[in-house]
Design a binder for this molecule. Structure first.
Ligand SMILES: O=C[C@H](O)COP(=O)(O)O
Length: 252
């Protein structure tokens, strides 16, 4: 059975104290509710990772980074490597978020290198992709998504997918309040699974969790998560409030 996952991407929000507080609140709620069927992940900024790891130590909540560099160390001012993330207890990293692609020029080729570095360091990857509004309007969304996946991931062996979670995030739905409809999400997730199956076979395709991201809220999560190929969510704004985030976790 595929893992059901709800991951909160805190983006550039919260200092250390707020991050520790929110991490503790999430951990407490997950523990109290004895959540078994959903894997819960939070992704604070780099400066709060160690604090969040400590704050969630006795819970099942995992901590992820929002980005990393593909090199181990060296003259890369402002960057953080996989080994550094692991040194503070972080074993999961979000790669390919549309904000990284748009504002920091991250390309599929660069992302392929980051994915390789994360996997070589035995980290888990939440790999994001998705089309912009113009692609959707021109019915080009499947071709765009297929290329993003192929370019960054299809050099990998099938076994690598044990450590990869995919996150489909239509850019037009991120932070806009405009969610993809459950049907749009399902159609795309089924297409993504077929793309994987064509290359790696059904066993791999059916084992990879595919998350939906983009204005996912307590009010719409249940309907989106009820679709057969949607295995959870990558949550932005609603992950900054413990009650809202937990309501989404509880949507399973
Ligand atoms: O990584 C999370 C996504 O960008 C979704 O953000 P949002 O829930 O604020 O739309």
């Amino acid at each position: 059975m595929r893992k059901q996952i709800v991951a909160g991407n805190w983006k550039m929000n919260n200092g250390l104290a707020e991050s520790k507080k929110l991490a503790k609140q999430v951990a407490k709620k997950v523990k109290k509710a004895k959540i078994k069927n959903a894997n819960v992940i939070i992704a604070p900024t780099f400066v709060s990772l160690a604090g969040a790891v400590k704050a969630t130590k006795k819970s099942k909540v995992k901590v992820a980074a929002q980005n990393m560099h593909f090199e181990e160390n060296g003259a890369f001012t402002g960057e953080i490597s996989a080994k550094m993330l692991k040194s503070v207890g972080v074993k999961t990293v979000i790669l390919g978020h549309s904000e990284r692609r748009e504002y920091f020029g991250e390309t599929d080729a660069l992302l392929a290198k980051k994915v390789d570095a994360a996997l070589a360091n035995k980290m888990k990857v939440i790999f994001c992709f998705g089309e912009v509004l113009a692609d959707r309007k021109s019915s080009n969304q499947e071709a765009v998504v297929e290329n993003q996946i192929k370019n960054a991931l299809f050099h990998l062996e099938a076994s690598a997918f044990k450590n990869i979670v995919l996150a489909y995030e239509p850019v037009w739905a991120i932070g806009t309040g405009e969610t993809a409809s459950p049907e749009q999400a399902q159609d795309m997730h089924a297409f993504i699974r077929k793309t994987l199956a064509d290359k790696y076979g059904d066993e791999v395709a059916n084992s990879v969790s595919i998350l939906y991201g983009g204005s996912c809220k307590p009010t719409n999560a249940k309907e989106i998560f009820s679709k057969p190929d949607v295995d959870g969510g990558l949550i932005g704004g609603a992950a900054l409030n413990a009650d809202d985030f937990f309501a989404i976790v509880n949507a399973f």
